[in-house]
Structures are given as structure tokens and as C-alpha cells.
Design a protein. Structure first.
Length: 288
């Protein structure tokens, strides 16, 4: 029965009309980013053809979420300053922000917080392209949104189990669906043709030891999720703090002495993001 249900859920996601598809421009920009002959002007012209996306991108770049010191007024400037991979990550973020915020503000705030924690961790560990890791943190719980939108009856039953049994959402999902939101999120990320640096941390953020291609990215998102839950920043209907995966902790190479300064830096950045979140809710418009 469990395999039958998993197949049914996978089919529902594949044929979903509610969940977003990433714009075709992502694939084109990916090809351009891999071509060493691509110029910033060429990439800027491609993005500029989609006026709505260009406006969202510039708004997000200039938001408190990223906190760049100077205002970025043109796509070319954004690309020069941030680089191709970061721009790609921002476009992915801008495509998903609307959905996350509209479905569950608490989950959205938790996701923003996780993105901040992942960014701080990635920079502290000198990871190449830390904004990609931040994007993975931002969308690591997208599977929860998919379950809510595609399986509303199951979603309500999961809520009931969480309340009655005082258990984590993940345990309730596995009890009812024989899978969890991380696996569903991994399926969704694959359907979007996202790179392994995003797919694996989404699918493996609760079991980072199982990650093979991107163990460090998985460890960062796992620990970022845990830290943000422990700090109580947005809970997404899940008040339980996951257990720390010891292999992931060893992969990070951190010690308990690193934690006070790390948490201080994350909390400082969370104040800016909280202001951004309140600003967006007050406007009543999408956050990008």
C-alpha cells in the first residue's frame, strides 16, 4: 500500500496545475552561464526581455534579505557585482517566493531564516557560491507546500496527528503518507531540473548522511534548519527541533566554541529579514 500511495503522490505532483514551473529563462541562463564567452550584457539582455522577472530580480537584489550596501539599479550591474551563479539563484528564489508567502507566512518566515543561516554558514566555511546554498535553504521545505496544495485532506490529517500525538510534522507525514516533505521536495526540485547543489539539500535536509554528491551543502542546510528552529524564527506548523546529524556536524568542521559568534551573526541578520517580511506583508504584495 505504501508504494501505491507514493506512486499516487508522485503522479499528482507531476500533473499538478497549482505548483509553479520555473521560467524557461532559467535553462537558457544556465546554458549561458556555462559558456565562458557569455558577457554580462548578453545575459542582462536575456533577463530584460521578461519585464516582470527583471523587476522582481532588481527588487529582491535591493531588499533587506540580501542587504547589499549600495543600491543596484541595472541588471548589468547586478550581474557584474554578483556573478552568473548568484543571479541564477536569485531568479529561482524570485520564482518561488510568491508561492511560499501566499501559502503559509510562518513557513515562509522559517524558510527566509534558514536561507540567512545557510548564507552565514556557507560564508564562514568559505564555500564557493554561498548564495546557491542560501537558495537551497530558502526552498528546503517546498515539499510541505506541495503536500498542502495537492493533498489537502492528507494535510489536514497530518495537522491532526501533530496536535494529538504531539509529534513532529515529519513523523506524522511518514506515518500517514509513508514518505516526508523532504522526499516530495526532492521530486519537485528534480522536475524543475535544478542542479544537484539544490536538489540534494532539499531531499536530504533531515538525513544529510545519505547525501553523496553535495555532502557539505546538505550539512549546511540541515544545520541551518536546526538553528533557525532552535531560535524560534518561524516554525511552519512544526515546533520540534530536529536532532543533529553527527556526520553532518563532522562535515561542517565546527566546534561548540564557534556557536556563540555564529548565532550572534545570524540573529543580527534576522532582524533585517524580519523587517523585510513585515514590509512585504504590510504591502500585501509578493516579496519579489
Amino acid at each position: 500500500m505504501s508504494d501505491e500511495l507514493r506512486t499516487k503522490i508522485k503522479k499528482a505532483l507531476r500533473h499538478s496545475k497549482n505548483l509553479p514551473t520555473l521560467p524557461a529563462i532559467i535553462q537558457k541562463l544556465t546554458r549561458m552561464a556555462e559558456d565562458p564567452n557569455t558577457t554580462t550584457d548578453q545575459m542582462g539582455r536575456v533577463i530584460a526581455k521578461d519585464h516582470i522577472l527583471a523587476a522582481k530580480l532588481l527588487r529582491l537584489v535591493n531588499s533587506a534579505f540580501y542587504g547589499f550596501p549600495q543600491r543596484i539599479s541595472s541588471l548589468s550591474s547586478a550581474i557584474i557585482l554578483l556573478g552568473f551563479n548568484v543571479i541564477k539563484s536569485l531568479i529561482i528564489s524570485s520564482s518561488i517566493f510568491d508561492l511560499m508567502e501566499s501559502q503559509d507566512v510562518q513557513l515562509w518566515e522559517h524558510s527566509l531564516g534558514c536561507a540567512v543561516a545557510c548564507s552565514v554558514l556557507a560564508k564562514r566555511l568559505d564555500v564557493a557560491d554561498p548564495e546557491e546554498i542560501s537558495t537551497a535553504g530558502l526552498i528546503h521545505d517546498i515539499g510541505k507546500v506541495a503536500i498542502k496544495m495537492e493533498l489537502p485532506d492528507h494535510y489536514e490529517e497530518i495537522n491532526r496527528l501533530v496536535s494529538v500525538q504531539q509529534t513532529s510534522r515529519r513523523e506524522a507525514e511518514r506515518q500517514l503518507l509513508h514518505l516526508d516533505h523532504a522526499e516530495v521536495g526532492g521530486w519537485l526540485a528534480k522536475s524543475w531540473n535544478l542542479p544537484p547543489k539544490l536538489i540534494e539539500p532539499i531531499a536530504g535536509h533531515h538525513e544529510p548522511s545519505a547525501c553523496r554528491k553535495e555532502p557539505l551543502a546538505c550539512a549546511i542546510v540541515h544545520f541551518g534548519d536546526l538553528l533557525i528552529r532552535a531560535l524560534g524564527y518561524g516554525h511552519g506548523d512544526d515546533i520540534w527541533v530536529p536532532s543533529l546529524d553527527q556526520k553532518a556536524w563532522r562535515t561542517l568542521g565546527l566546534t561548540t566554541d564557534d556557536l556563540p559568534s555564529l548565532i550572534d551573526e545570524i540573529e543580527e541578520k534576522l532582524w533585517d529579514v524580519k523587517g523585510f517580511s513585515m514590509e512585504i506583508q504590510k504591502e500585501g504584495s509578493p516579496p519579489c
